[in-house]
Design a protein around this ligand. Structure first.
Ligand code: EPU
Length: 438
Protein backbone atom coordinates (compact mmCIF):
# COMPACT_ATOMS: atom_id res chain seq x y z
CA UNK A 1 0.00 0.00 0.00
CA UNK A 2 2.72 2.50 0.94
CA UNK A 3 5.45 3.61 -1.46
CA UNK A 4 8.90 3.65 0.10
CA UNK A 5 11.46 6.36 -0.66
CA UNK A 6 14.76 5.17 -2.21
CA UNK A 7 17.41 3.82 0.15
CA UNK A 8 20.27 6.34 0.31
CA UNK A 9 23.23 7.27 2.48
CA UNK A 10 26.01 5.07 3.82
CA UNK A 11 28.15 5.47 6.92
CA UNK A 12 31.44 3.67 7.53
CA UNK A 13 32.02 3.45 11.28
CA UNK A 14 35.28 2.48 12.96
CA UNK A 15 34.97 2.00 16.72
CA UNK A 16 37.15 4.57 18.43
CA UNK A 17 36.59 3.97 22.14
CA UNK A 18 34.11 5.54 24.53
CA UNK A 19 31.87 8.32 23.26
CA UNK A 20 32.33 11.34 25.47
CA UNK A 21 31.18 14.94 25.27
CA UNK A 22 28.18 17.22 25.00
CA UNK A 23 25.20 17.01 22.65
CA UNK A 24 22.64 19.79 22.54
CA UNK A 25 19.29 18.48 21.35
CA UNK A 26 16.84 20.65 19.44
CA UNK A 27 13.06 20.42 19.29
CA UNK A 28 11.61 17.07 18.26
CA UNK A 29 10.71 15.92 14.77
CA UNK A 30 7.41 14.67 16.14
CA UNK A 31 6.44 18.12 17.41
CA UNK A 32 7.88 20.49 14.81
CA UNK A 33 6.10 18.95 11.83
CA UNK A 34 2.69 19.18 13.57
CA UNK A 35 3.35 22.82 14.51
CA UNK A 36 4.02 23.55 10.84
CA UNK A 37 0.65 22.03 9.95
CA UNK A 38 -1.16 23.99 12.71
CA UNK A 39 0.44 27.25 11.57
CA UNK A 40 -1.22 27.10 8.14
CA UNK A 41 -4.54 27.86 9.90
CA UNK A 42 -3.29 31.16 11.38
CA UNK A 43 -4.47 34.50 10.06
CA UNK A 44 -0.90 35.77 10.34
CA UNK A 45 2.61 34.24 10.20
CA UNK A 46 3.82 31.95 13.01
CA UNK A 47 7.36 31.44 14.22
CA UNK A 48 8.80 28.20 15.56
CA UNK A 49 12.14 28.34 17.36
CA UNK A 50 14.61 25.59 18.30
CA UNK A 51 13.51 23.61 15.22
CA UNK A 52 15.72 20.65 14.30
CA UNK A 53 17.30 20.33 10.88
CA UNK A 54 15.89 16.92 10.03
CA UNK A 55 14.64 15.29 6.85
CA UNK A 56 11.03 15.32 8.07
CA UNK A 57 11.07 19.12 8.28
CA UNK A 58 12.33 19.27 4.68
CA UNK A 59 9.56 16.92 3.50
CA UNK A 60 6.84 18.73 5.49
CA UNK A 61 8.01 22.14 4.29
CA UNK A 62 7.88 20.94 0.68
CA UNK A 63 4.37 19.55 1.21
CA UNK A 64 3.16 22.88 2.64
CA UNK A 65 4.89 24.89 -0.08
CA UNK A 66 3.12 22.74 -2.68
CA UNK A 67 -0.15 24.02 -1.13
CA UNK A 68 0.95 27.66 -1.48
CA UNK A 69 2.12 28.16 2.14
CA UNK A 70 5.37 30.13 2.53
CA UNK A 71 8.08 28.51 4.67
CA UNK A 72 11.14 30.54 5.63
CA UNK A 73 13.98 28.73 7.39
CA UNK A 74 16.95 30.37 9.07
CA UNK A 75 18.89 27.87 11.20
CA UNK A 76 16.67 26.82 14.07
CA UNK A 77 13.96 29.41 13.28
CA UNK A 78 11.07 28.58 10.98
CA UNK A 79 8.50 31.17 9.92
CA UNK A 80 5.27 29.94 8.37
CA UNK A 81 3.41 32.36 6.08
CA UNK A 82 -0.11 30.98 5.67
CA UNK A 83 -2.29 31.63 2.64
CA UNK A 84 -6.07 32.30 2.67
CA UNK A 85 -6.64 29.84 -0.11
CA UNK A 86 -4.27 26.88 -0.02
CA UNK A 87 -4.46 24.29 -2.78
CA UNK A 88 -6.71 21.51 -1.44
CA UNK A 89 -4.64 18.63 -2.82
CA UNK A 90 -1.34 17.31 -1.51
CA UNK A 91 0.41 16.08 -4.69
CA UNK A 92 0.82 12.30 -5.02
CA UNK A 93 4.59 12.76 -5.36
CA UNK A 94 4.54 13.00 -1.54
CA UNK A 95 3.10 9.49 -1.24
CA UNK A 96 4.76 7.43 1.46
CA UNK A 97 7.40 9.98 2.49
CA UNK A 98 6.18 10.67 6.02
CA UNK A 99 2.98 10.65 8.12
CA UNK A 100 2.12 14.34 7.88
CA UNK A 101 -0.35 14.39 4.93
CA UNK A 102 -3.12 12.66 6.92
CA UNK A 103 -2.90 15.47 9.51
CA UNK A 104 -3.61 18.02 6.77
CA UNK A 105 -7.13 16.73 6.09
CA UNK A 106 -8.74 18.65 8.96
CA UNK A 107 -6.85 21.94 8.44
CA UNK A 108 -7.60 21.91 4.68
CA UNK A 109 -11.28 21.16 5.35
CA UNK A 110 -11.30 24.06 7.81
CA UNK A 111 -9.68 26.41 5.30
CA UNK A 112 -11.18 25.42 1.94
CA UNK A 113 -13.82 22.74 2.59
CA UNK A 114 -12.14 20.01 0.57
CA UNK A 115 -8.93 18.00 0.68
CA UNK A 116 -7.04 15.16 -0.88
CA UNK A 117 -3.98 13.63 0.77
CA UNK A 118 -1.89 10.77 -0.65
CA UNK A 119 -1.09 7.59 1.25
CA UNK A 120 1.07 8.26 4.26
CA UNK A 121 4.39 6.55 4.95
CA UNK A 122 6.83 6.78 7.82
CA UNK A 123 8.69 3.83 9.23
CA UNK A 124 7.51 0.32 8.33
CA UNK A 125 7.06 -0.67 11.98
CA UNK A 126 3.52 -2.00 11.76
CA UNK A 127 0.42 -1.69 9.61
CA UNK A 128 -0.08 1.91 10.74
CA UNK A 129 -3.63 2.30 9.40
CA UNK A 130 -5.40 5.69 9.42
CA UNK A 131 -8.87 4.38 10.35
CA UNK A 132 -9.04 6.39 13.61
CA UNK A 133 -8.29 9.63 11.71
CA UNK A 134 -10.96 8.83 9.12
CA UNK A 135 -13.59 7.87 11.72
CA UNK A 136 -12.91 11.03 13.74
CA UNK A 137 -13.28 13.29 10.70
CA UNK A 138 -16.50 11.52 9.73
CA UNK A 139 -17.79 12.14 13.27
CA UNK A 140 -16.94 15.82 12.77
CA UNK A 141 -19.16 15.85 9.68
CA UNK A 142 -16.71 15.29 6.81
CA UNK A 143 -17.56 13.12 3.83
CA UNK A 144 -14.58 10.86 3.31
CA UNK A 145 -13.58 8.59 0.46
CA UNK A 146 -10.64 6.25 1.12
CA UNK A 147 -9.14 5.58 -2.31
CA UNK A 148 -6.26 3.44 -3.53
CA UNK A 149 -4.06 6.52 -3.94
CA UNK A 150 -5.08 8.39 -0.78
CA UNK A 151 -7.95 9.97 1.14
CA UNK A 152 -10.35 12.56 -0.28
CA UNK A 153 -12.63 14.64 1.97
CA UNK A 154 -15.31 17.30 1.71
CA UNK A 155 -17.19 19.28 4.32
CA UNK A 156 -19.12 22.43 4.98
CA UNK A 157 -17.97 23.75 8.36
CA UNK A 158 -16.92 20.82 10.57
CA UNK A 159 -19.20 20.29 13.58
CA UNK A 160 -18.04 19.42 17.08
CA UNK A 161 -18.70 15.84 18.15
CA UNK A 162 -18.10 13.27 20.86
CA UNK A 163 -15.25 11.01 19.78
CA UNK A 164 -13.63 8.11 21.60
CA UNK A 165 -10.43 6.65 20.18
CA UNK A 166 -10.13 2.84 20.32
CA UNK A 167 -6.47 3.35 21.36
CA UNK A 168 -4.75 6.58 22.46
CA UNK A 169 -3.13 7.25 19.09
CA UNK A 170 -0.76 10.21 18.89
CA UNK A 171 -1.58 10.98 15.26
CA UNK A 172 -5.35 10.57 15.61
CA UNK A 173 -5.39 12.84 18.70
CA UNK A 174 -3.47 15.44 16.69
CA UNK A 175 -5.91 15.04 13.79
CA UNK A 176 -8.82 15.77 16.12
CA UNK A 177 -7.07 18.79 17.65
CA UNK A 178 -6.19 20.22 14.23
CA UNK A 179 -9.73 19.65 12.93
CA UNK A 180 -11.90 20.56 15.93
CA UNK A 181 -10.23 23.90 16.76
CA UNK A 182 -12.12 25.64 13.93
CA UNK A 183 -15.25 23.42 13.98
CA UNK A 184 -18.64 24.70 15.04
CA UNK A 185 -19.29 23.88 18.70
CA UNK A 186 -17.75 21.54 21.22
CA UNK A 187 -15.71 18.40 20.61
CA UNK A 188 -15.06 15.98 23.44
CA UNK A 189 -12.25 13.55 22.69
CA UNK A 190 -11.97 10.53 24.98
CA UNK A 191 -9.00 8.18 25.26
CA UNK A 192 -6.70 10.83 23.79
CA UNK A 193 -2.92 10.47 23.63
CA UNK A 194 -1.07 12.50 26.28
CA UNK A 195 2.46 12.34 24.83
CA UNK A 196 4.43 15.54 25.52
CA UNK A 197 4.54 16.28 21.77
CA UNK A 198 0.70 16.19 21.68
CA UNK A 199 0.51 18.57 24.63
CA UNK A 200 3.02 20.86 22.92
CA UNK A 201 0.78 21.00 19.85
CA UNK A 202 -2.27 21.76 22.02
CA UNK A 203 -0.35 24.58 23.73
CA UNK A 204 0.69 26.03 20.37
CA UNK A 205 -2.91 25.91 19.11
CA UNK A 206 -3.98 27.63 22.33
CA UNK A 207 -1.47 30.41 21.58
CA UNK A 208 -3.07 30.68 18.13
CA UNK A 209 -6.40 31.36 19.85
CA UNK A 210 -7.88 27.85 20.09
CA UNK A 211 -10.02 26.88 23.07
CA UNK A 212 -8.61 23.59 24.36
CA UNK A 213 -9.00 22.01 27.79
CA UNK A 214 -6.76 19.09 28.73
CA UNK A 215 -8.81 17.17 31.28
CA UNK A 216 -7.94 14.19 33.48
CA UNK A 217 -8.47 10.64 32.24
CA UNK A 218 -7.29 11.23 28.68
CA UNK A 219 -10.09 13.68 27.80
CA UNK A 220 -9.65 16.77 25.66
CA UNK A 221 -12.44 19.30 25.26
CA UNK A 222 -12.19 21.67 22.31
CA UNK A 223 -14.60 24.56 21.78
CA UNK A 224 -14.37 25.55 18.10
CA UNK A 225 -13.50 29.19 17.37
CA UNK A 226 -14.13 31.33 14.26
CA UNK A 227 -10.55 32.33 13.65
CA UNK A 228 -6.97 31.45 14.60
CA UNK A 229 -4.08 33.88 14.66
CA UNK A 230 -0.34 33.41 14.17
CA UNK A 231 1.73 32.40 17.23
CA UNK A 232 5.31 32.07 18.32
CA UNK A 233 6.87 29.23 20.29
CA UNK A 234 10.14 27.58 21.26
CA UNK A 235 10.07 23.80 20.95
CA UNK A 236 11.03 21.56 23.87
CA UNK A 237 14.08 19.30 23.49
CA UNK A 238 13.67 15.97 21.70
CA UNK A 239 13.38 13.19 24.29
CA UNK A 240 14.14 10.46 21.74
CA UNK A 241 17.40 12.07 20.65
CA UNK A 242 18.31 12.73 24.26
CA UNK A 243 17.83 9.08 25.21
CA UNK A 244 19.65 7.85 22.08
CA UNK A 245 22.79 9.80 22.94
CA UNK A 246 22.68 8.84 26.63
CA UNK A 247 22.59 5.17 25.56
CA UNK A 248 25.42 5.72 23.06
CA UNK A 249 27.59 7.02 25.88
CA UNK A 250 26.79 4.18 28.29
CA UNK A 251 27.13 1.33 25.74
CA UNK A 252 30.57 2.54 24.61
CA UNK A 253 31.77 2.86 28.20
CA UNK A 254 31.77 6.65 27.93
CA UNK A 255 29.50 9.42 29.11
CA UNK A 256 27.45 11.80 26.97
CA UNK A 257 26.09 14.97 28.53
CA UNK A 258 22.80 15.77 26.86
CA UNK A 259 21.85 19.44 27.02
CA UNK A 260 18.42 20.88 26.28
CA UNK A 261 15.90 18.18 27.23
CA UNK A 262 13.96 18.63 30.44
CA UNK A 263 13.95 15.88 33.05
CA UNK A 264 10.15 15.56 33.08
CA UNK A 265 10.26 14.41 29.45
CA UNK A 266 12.76 11.67 30.37
CA UNK A 267 11.50 10.43 33.71
CA UNK A 268 10.60 6.88 32.69
CA UNK A 269 13.77 6.43 30.65
CA UNK A 270 15.97 7.70 33.47
CA UNK A 271 14.24 5.29 35.80
CA UNK A 272 15.18 2.35 33.55
CA UNK A 273 18.81 3.49 33.67
CA UNK A 274 18.55 3.56 37.48
CA UNK A 275 17.06 0.05 37.52
CA UNK A 276 19.96 -1.13 35.37
CA UNK A 277 22.44 0.26 37.88
CA UNK A 278 23.70 3.11 35.71
CA UNK A 279 24.73 6.39 37.25
CA UNK A 280 22.57 9.28 36.07
CA UNK A 281 23.19 12.91 36.95
CA UNK A 282 20.48 15.43 36.20
CA UNK A 283 20.48 19.21 36.45
CA UNK A 284 18.11 21.85 35.11
CA UNK A 285 20.28 22.13 31.98
CA UNK A 286 21.65 18.68 31.27
CA UNK A 287 21.59 14.93 31.94
CA UNK A 288 24.49 12.47 31.86
CA UNK A 289 24.63 8.70 32.25
CA UNK A 290 27.48 6.22 32.69
CA UNK A 291 27.93 2.67 33.92
CA UNK A 292 31.47 2.18 35.16
CA UNK A 293 30.40 -0.85 37.26
CA UNK A 294 28.38 -2.62 34.55
CA UNK A 295 24.63 -2.96 33.99
CA UNK A 296 21.92 -5.21 35.48
CA UNK A 297 19.31 -6.90 33.27
CA UNK A 298 15.71 -5.62 33.37
CA UNK A 299 12.24 -6.30 31.97
CA UNK A 300 10.70 -3.36 30.12
CA UNK A 301 7.37 -2.98 28.32
CA UNK A 302 6.85 -0.07 25.97
CA UNK A 303 3.65 1.89 26.40
CA UNK A 304 1.82 5.12 25.73
CA UNK A 305 2.80 8.13 27.83
CA UNK A 306 3.80 8.21 30.66
CA UNK A 307 5.09 4.69 30.01
CA UNK A 308 8.40 3.77 28.41
CA UNK A 309 7.97 5.09 24.87
CA UNK A 310 8.27 2.79 21.88
CA UNK A 311 10.86 5.03 20.20
CA UNK A 312 13.19 4.53 23.17
CA UNK A 313 13.31 0.76 22.81
CA UNK A 314 15.74 0.54 19.88
CA UNK A 315 18.71 2.12 21.72
CA UNK A 316 17.57 0.23 24.84
CA UNK A 317 17.99 -3.08 23.00
CA UNK A 318 21.72 -2.42 22.58
CA UNK A 319 21.96 -1.31 26.19
CA UNK A 320 20.29 -4.55 27.34
CA UNK A 321 22.82 -6.54 25.30
CA UNK A 322 25.52 -5.10 27.55
CA UNK A 323 23.77 -5.97 30.85
CA UNK A 324 25.01 -8.94 32.82
CA UNK A 325 22.21 -11.50 32.25
CA UNK A 326 18.85 -11.99 30.50
CA UNK A 327 16.61 -8.99 29.84
CA UNK A 328 13.11 -8.89 28.41
CA UNK A 329 11.64 -6.22 26.15
CA UNK A 330 7.93 -6.20 25.30
CA UNK A 331 6.80 -3.86 22.49
CA UNK A 332 3.11 -2.99 22.86
CA UNK A 333 2.64 0.04 20.56
CA UNK A 334 3.72 -1.11 17.06
CA UNK A 335 3.36 -4.78 16.18
CA UNK A 336 6.34 -4.85 13.83
CA UNK A 337 8.73 -2.52 15.62
CA UNK A 338 11.28 -5.28 16.27
CA UNK A 339 11.90 -5.51 12.51
CA UNK A 340 15.39 -4.11 13.05
CA UNK A 341 16.54 -6.95 15.31
CA UNK A 342 18.19 -9.02 12.52
CA UNK A 343 20.57 -6.09 11.88
CA UNK A 344 21.57 -6.11 15.56
CA UNK A 345 21.91 -9.91 15.53
CA UNK A 346 24.35 -9.52 12.64
CA UNK A 347 26.28 -7.17 14.91
CA UNK A 348 26.50 -9.74 17.69
CA UNK A 349 23.50 -8.86 19.87
CA UNK A 350 22.18 -12.17 21.26
CA UNK A 351 18.42 -11.78 21.08
CA UNK A 352 15.46 -14.04 20.39
CA UNK A 353 12.01 -12.86 19.39
CA UNK A 354 8.64 -14.22 20.53
CA UNK A 355 5.03 -13.60 19.57
CA UNK A 356 3.94 -14.12 23.20
CA UNK A 357 3.65 -11.16 25.56
CA UNK A 358 6.71 -11.51 27.80
CA UNK A 359 7.69 -9.38 30.76
CA UNK A 360 4.39 -7.59 31.32
CA UNK A 361 0.61 -7.91 31.01
CA UNK A 362 -0.87 -9.13 27.70
CA UNK A 363 -1.08 -6.40 25.07
CA UNK A 364 -3.17 -5.86 21.89
CA UNK A 365 -0.82 -8.20 20.02
CA UNK A 366 -1.32 -11.29 22.20
CA UNK A 367 -2.53 -14.32 20.31
CA UNK A 368 -1.16 -12.88 17.05
CA UNK A 369 1.87 -14.00 15.10
CA UNK A 370 3.61 -10.66 15.55
CA UNK A 371 7.10 -11.06 17.01
CA UNK A 372 6.85 -8.30 19.58
CA UNK A 373 8.74 -9.61 22.62
CA UNK A 374 12.50 -10.02 22.85
CA UNK A 375 14.75 -11.89 25.24
CA UNK A 376 18.21 -10.35 25.15
CA UNK A 377 21.30 -12.12 26.49
CA UNK A 378 24.10 -10.05 27.91
CA UNK A 379 26.90 -9.44 27.84
CA UNK A 380 26.88 -9.87 24.03
CA UNK A 381 30.17 -9.35 22.19
CA UNK A 382 29.39 -6.71 19.58
CA UNK A 383 31.02 -7.09 16.17
CA UNK A 384 31.31 -4.90 13.09
CA UNK A 385 29.04 -5.77 10.15
CA UNK A 386 27.47 -4.47 6.96
CA UNK A 387 23.80 -3.78 7.65
CA UNK A 388 20.82 -2.06 6.11
CA UNK A 389 19.08 0.39 8.39
CA UNK A 390 15.30 -0.18 8.21
CA UNK A 391 14.00 2.94 10.01
CA UNK A 392 14.99 6.08 11.87
CA UNK A 393 15.22 4.73 15.42
CA UNK A 394 16.57 1.33 14.35
CA UNK A 395 19.27 3.26 12.50
CA UNK A 396 20.51 4.78 15.73
CA UNK A 397 20.64 1.39 17.46
CA UNK A 398 22.95 0.11 14.70
CA UNK A 399 25.14 3.18 15.14
CA UNK A 400 25.46 2.50 18.88
CA UNK A 401 26.30 -1.17 18.26
CA UNK A 402 28.84 -0.18 15.59
CA UNK A 403 30.47 2.31 17.94
CA UNK A 404 31.01 -0.42 20.57
CA UNK A 405 31.90 -3.25 18.15
CA UNK A 406 35.24 -4.99 17.71
CA UNK A 407 35.75 -3.83 14.12
CA UNK A 408 34.45 -1.60 11.32
CA UNK A 409 30.81 -1.48 10.20
CA UNK A 410 29.04 -0.21 7.11
CA UNK A 411 25.49 1.07 7.62
CA UNK A 412 23.31 1.61 4.55
CA UNK A 413 19.99 3.52 4.35
CA UNK A 414 21.17 6.35 6.61
CA UNK A 415 18.55 8.68 5.10
CA UNK A 416 16.09 7.02 7.53
CA UNK A 417 18.15 8.21 10.48
CA UNK A 418 18.58 11.69 9.01
CA UNK A 419 14.79 12.01 8.79
CA UNK A 420 14.64 12.30 12.58
CA UNK A 421 18.03 13.22 14.10
CA UNK A 422 19.51 16.70 13.95
CA UNK A 423 22.87 16.62 12.09
CA UNK A 424 23.70 13.15 13.48
CA UNK A 425 27.08 12.64 11.76
CA UNK A 426 28.37 15.95 13.10
CA UNK A 427 27.10 15.22 16.63
CA UNK A 428 28.54 11.68 16.71
CA UNK A 429 31.92 12.79 15.38
CA UNK A 430 32.06 15.50 18.04
CA UNK A 431 31.69 12.70 20.63
CA UNK A 432 34.74 10.94 19.17
CA UNK A 433 33.16 8.47 16.73
CA UNK A 434 35.24 7.66 13.66
CA UNK A 435 32.55 8.01 11.01
CA UNK A 436 32.88 8.54 7.26
CA UNK A 437 29.84 9.43 5.15
CA UNK A 438 29.31 8.34 1.54
N1 EPU B 1 -3.41 3.20 15.00
C1 EPU B 1 -4.48 2.63 14.36
N2 EPU B 1 -5.28 3.43 13.57
C2 EPU B 1 -5.03 4.76 13.40
C3 EPU B 1 -3.94 5.34 14.06
C4 EPU B 1 -3.14 4.53 14.87
O1 EPU B 1 -4.72 1.41 14.49
O2 EPU B 1 -5.78 5.41 12.67
C5 EPU B 1 -2.53 2.34 15.84
C6 EPU B 1 -1.14 2.19 15.21
O3 EPU B 1 -1.14 1.20 14.21
C7 EPU B 1 -0.29 1.84 16.40
C8 EPU B 1 -0.95 2.65 17.53
O4 EPU B 1 -2.26 2.99 17.07
O5 EPU B 1 -0.41 0.48 16.71
C9 EPU B 1 -0.21 3.91 17.90
O6 EPU B 1 0.01 4.70 16.76
P1 EPU B 1 0.05 6.29 16.85
O7 EPU B 1 -1.04 6.83 15.99
O8 EPU B 1 0.10 6.70 18.27
O9 EPU B 1 1.43 6.61 16.15
P2 EPU B 1 1.74 7.71 15.07
O10 EPU B 1 1.03 8.95 15.35
O11 EPU B 1 1.64 7.10 13.71
C10 EPU B 1 3.70 8.85 16.36
C11 EPU B 1 5.14 9.12 16.08
C12 EPU B 1 5.94 7.84 16.20
C13 EPU B 1 5.76 7.29 17.61
C14 EPU B 1 4.26 7.08 17.89
C15 EPU B 1 3.99 6.61 19.31
C16 EPU B 1 5.02 10.93 14.51
C17 EPU B 1 5.20 11.41 13.12
N3 EPU B 1 5.27 9.65 14.73
O12 EPU B 1 3.29 7.94 15.34
O13 EPU B 1 7.30 8.17 16.02
O14 EPU B 1 6.45 6.09 17.74
O15 EPU B 1 3.56 8.31 17.67
O16 EPU B 1 4.48 7.52 20.24
O17 EPU B 1 4.67 11.68 15.40
C18 EPU B 1 9.49 7.95 15.21
O18 EPU B 1 9.65 9.14 15.44
O19 EPU B 1 10.42 7.18 14.92
C19 EPU B 1 8.13 7.40 15.26
C20 EPU B 1 7.80 6.26 14.67
Amino acid sequence: MEAAPPETGTWAIQPAGPLVGDVRVRGSKNAVTKHLVAAIMGGRPSTIRNAPEVGDVDITSQILESLGVGIERAGSLITVHPTDSPAPMVPVEFTGLNRIPILLLGPLLNLVGEAFVPLVGGDQIGRRPVDFHVAALKALGAEIEVRDDGVAAKAGRLRGAKIELPYPSVGATESVLLSAVLAEGKTVLKNAATEPEVTELALFLQRMGASIELQPDRRIVIEGVEHLDGASTTLEGDRIEAWSYLCAGVVTGGEVRVVGCRQDRMVTAINVLHRMGARVDVTDEWTTASAADGLHPVAVSTDTHPGFMTDWQTPLMVLLSQADGMSVLHETVFENRLVYVPALQQMGVEVELFSACLGGPACRFHETNNLHSAVVKGVSALRGAEVNVPDVRAGFSSVIAAAAADGPSTLRGIHHLERGYHRPAEQLMSLGLDLRTA
